[in-house]
Design a protein around this ligand. Structure first.
Ligand code: MN
Length: 361
């Protein structure tokens, strides 16, 4: 059986000179660049920040054909049985590291215009996230308003907020109000807002892969415990490429803490963390069988599939086979919601009639 899939985690691959070409001259020196070096290391520079990371040589060789443009990409999606994709940048994920406000917002706008004109204009099957840095909340609201006016349904926020602007501080309050009112979904891709290389040396690759979901857990815990999500009941958060089974553990741990430490809890919550998660929180996975065994805690709608196309951790070109494995023994109605149904509702995606019928079963 073919699964009807919408991907909650997919990437475009921007031209590497996108920012150098479009930034005004006074900001050009700080433009985001990714420079491959002979030793299989690439250096990412943005403003004053530098990240060095190892890149396997086979990455280039295994890159699927639809990476760079919408036409070959739609063909790849058809081949994989993917109808729509939530799109994130690849190079642009590093932009949030910039420490200069003018540079970070100008760079985000360059990406946002590019993805609008290149992908969104081509097909409603592309659901791009507009990049919205959190350096300055007023400017984040301004960029989100621009995104809403330009037809975006979602924005991309960093998992790790800039120093001094913690997610439980109330610093982003005007942004949450705006997103809720505009119906824009707040999406957080792993590895954003902080250098994702936590450990070097033995085991580094796997250690760092596990570490990617730590900032996601901190962000979600802060937004629940500070009653932010309670104050904004129509705000939906999507945490991307972090796997999903940890969400049940987080709910159990937070509810235990809330009940056992209730006399210390400020503010008091009127809803339990699990109730908030089941109402407003969504996380995406590529291969996470455990997530499908704890849906009574998270709710079915909290768990969404994402291909992570075209990255190494992704499911291309075996998406359907991997979903057969992940969904073995799972109620078909639940599998349909996780593979594509929740996505279609969350991002208001029009599906072909046959797919819609399959999702409704
Ligand atoms: Mn991804």
């Amino acid at each position: 059986m073919q699964h009807v899939v919408n991907s909650g985690d997919s990437h475009v691959w921007e031209p590497s000179d996108l920012w150098v070409r479009h930034l005004p001259e006074r900001l050009r020196e700080g433009a985001l660049t990714v420079t491959p070096e002979d030793s299989g290391v690439e250096t990412i520079r943005i403003g004053q920040r530098t990240v060095r990371r190892e890149v396997p040589a086979m990455l280039e060789a295994t890159r699927p054909p639809g990476v760079y443009g919408p036409e070959p990409r739609l063909a790849d999606m058809d081949r994989e049985g993917v109808w729509a994709e939530l799109l994130f940048p690849t190079l642009g994920l590093w932009l949030y590291l910039a420490d200069d406000d003018d540079l970070v917002y100008a760079s985000a706008r360059i990406y946002n215009e590019w993805v609008r004109d290149t992908f969104m204009a081509r097909s409603p099957r592309f659901v791009p996230t507009a990049m919205v840095p959190l350096h300055d909340t007023a400017r984040a609201v301004e960029e989100s308003r621009w995104a809403a006016e330009n037809g975006f349904k979602a924005i991309g926020l960093p998992c790790q907020p800039p120093a001094g602007l913690a997610f439980n501080s109330g610093a982003q309050e005007p942004l949450w109000s705006f997103l809720e009112e505009a119906g824009l979904r707040a999406c957080f891709h792993v590895g954003t807002g902080a250098d994702p290389v936590v450990e070097r040396g033995p085991g580094g690759a796997v250690i760092n892969y596990l570490e990617t979901y730590a900032p996601v857990q901190r962000a979600l815990a802060a937004l629940i415990a500070s009653a932010t999500l309670e104050r904004h009941p129509d705000l939906h958060l999507v945490f991307v490429e972090c796997g999903a089974s940890w969400l049940a553990a987080l709910v159990e741990r937070m509810e235990e803490g809330y009940h056992q430490h209730q006399r210390f809890a400020r503010p008091q919550l009127s809803l339990l963390p699990g109730e908030i998660v089941r109402r407003q929180v969504h996380v995406t996975f590529q291969r996470d069988r455990a997530a499908l065994r704890s849906l009574d805690i998270t709710g079915v709608q909290a768990v969404m599939f994402g291909t992570d196309y075209p990255h190494l951790e992704g499911t291309w070109p075996r998406t359907q086979t991997i979903l057969d494995e992940v969904f073995a023994g799972v109620d078909p109605a639940v599998a349909a919601a996780v593979a594509g149904g929740t996505f279609a509702e969350l991002f208001d995606v029009e599906m072909p009639a046959a797919d819609k019928a399959a999702l409704a079963k």
